[in-house]
Write a protein that binds this ligand. Structure first.
Ligand code: GRF
Length: 225
């Protein structure tokens, strides 16, 4: 099989940029065939901009407060991403809701990551909501952005146990470690042409399947004896 071209990636951030860093690291290690064409932040003080510059990746600040409406801001995003020849957009801690102006410009070509096992706990403070719900598992989800909030077709999820002494920070750290694994994985599946969106479901072609009997139980049953 001939290898596919690297995917032209644009990453949207608003802050820390640890997911951006995990994507850049996967590219640098040769695990992900992507050309990160541009990192855009809506905030000039986003730490992720410095990480990108350190890796020699072009950055732009597009401050949403300069625009009269969400649509106008999104039009500026679309124009900038198109000019940079971006094929796939990865939102990584980008704290702006996208309007149809963006979603329709890149249909099934905008990914986002959310720190919960969607469809549970969409929106802000997902880790806190999971903890307070008493759920035994939490996790993270990479999905294709649709018109709704945290509502698009799910690509990859990772589940982690909630530990009895967790607080919001410890649970968030456990989830974040998995975010850093599944975001590069989802982009890799896209780059390899393995993702087919069918209604709300994403079919992943030619990929290892989980062991259907390998259920996670929390708390685990005591070993017999
Ligand atoms: C992550 O928890 C991500 O799931 C959420 O925002 C956070 C961004 O973190 N959407 P970072 O900026 O990638 O470090």
């Amino acid at each position: 099989m001939t290898e596919r071209e690297p995917v032209g990636l644009g990453v949207l951030i608003s802050g820390r940029g640890s997911n951006l860093q995990s994507i850049m690291n996967a590219v640098a290690r040769g695990e992900l065939r992507a050309a990160i064409r541009l990192v855009i932040s809506n905030r000039a003080d986003a730490a992720g901009l410095t990480h990108a510059q350190a890796m020699g990746i072009p950055t732009r600040v597009i401050d949403h407060r300069r625009f009269g409406s969400r649509e106008e801001f999104d039009h500026a995003l679309v124009e900038t991403l198109r000019a940079a020849e971006v094929e796939l957009v990865a939102c990584a801690g980008f704290m702006r809701l996208l309007s149809p102006a963006m979603v329709n410009a890149f249909p099934n070509r905008i990914m986002n990551i959310h720190p919960s096992l969607l469809p549970a706990f969409p929106g802000l403070h997902a880790q806190k909501a999971a903890l307070e719900s008493g759920a035994r598992f939490a996790g993270c989800t990479v999905f294709f952005v649709s018109a709704g909030t945290d509502d698009g077709p799910i690509i990859v999820q990772a589940a982690v146990p909630v530990m009895p002494d967790d607080d919001e920070q410890t649970l968030s750290e456990r989830i974040l470690a998995q975010e850093h694994l599944i975001y590069p994985l989802a982009i890799k599946l896209f780059q390899e042409g393995r993702l087919r969106v069918s209604g709300r479901r994403v079919v992943v072609l030619d990929t290892p399947q989980p062991d259907e009997k390998a259920a996670l139980v929390n708390p685990p049953p005591r070993p017999a004896g």
